[in-house]
Design a protein around this ligand. Structure first.
Ligand SMILES: [Zn+2]
Length: 167
């Protein structure tokens, strides 16, 4: 054990100029307490600041940095939540679009279910449920229902249509 520190002894202290804990040389002591030190890094002579305080402030800085990071994360998630809001607005806007999509899906299902070959529509033709009808205006549709004596319901891509036929 070296005993009590004396002038010229090397100690760890906080340097205000380096803003860090650096090696210092004791310059003056009063009643066994270090009062003046010389920084080995920058050469400045200043009051002795115990390195513990510096470590504490460093720890505080680290905590602050972590907090800043989590704040940034929160900000990002808030931004995400905000950006999902226009999405819900889009959903309310597309109520008609949704209905159109549902009709299209029902039409697609009907098209998938039937194995019938598409036949050109003619009001003089005979059709059966499940027949695929090629209409010049409405496109391809599937016969859903026969409504004697002369009508049939066909599901086209843009909805059900009542067309004439000879059923
Ligand atoms: Zn220094």
């Amino acid at each position: 054990m070296a005993g009590l520190p004396g002038p010229g002894d090397r100690i760890e202290a906080r340097c205000t100029r380096c803003n860090d804990v650096t090696g210092h040389v004791i310059v003056a002591l009063v009643g066994g307490e270090i009062v003046k030190v010389e920084c080995c890094a920058c050469g400045s002579v200043h009051k002795y600041y115990p390195p513990v305080a510096a470590k504490q402030s460093q720890a505080k800085n680290t905590v602050c940095r972590v907090r800043a990071g989590s704040d940034r994360k929160e900000a990002v998630s808030t931004a995400k939540a905000a950006s999902s809001a226009p999405g819900s607005t889009r959903n309310t806007l597309s109520k008609t679009q949704k209905a159109v999509l549902e009709i299209e899906q029902a039409w697609q299902r009907s098209m998938n279910q039937t194995l019938a070959e598409a036949r050109p529509y003619s009001m003089h033709e005979q059709f059966a449920v499940g027949d695929v009808v090629e209409h010049p205006k409405f496109g391809t549709g599937v016969v859903q229902e026969l409504l004697p004596p002369d009508k049939m319901q066909i599901l086209f891509r843009d909805g059900n249509k009542l067309l004439r036929c000879s059923c």
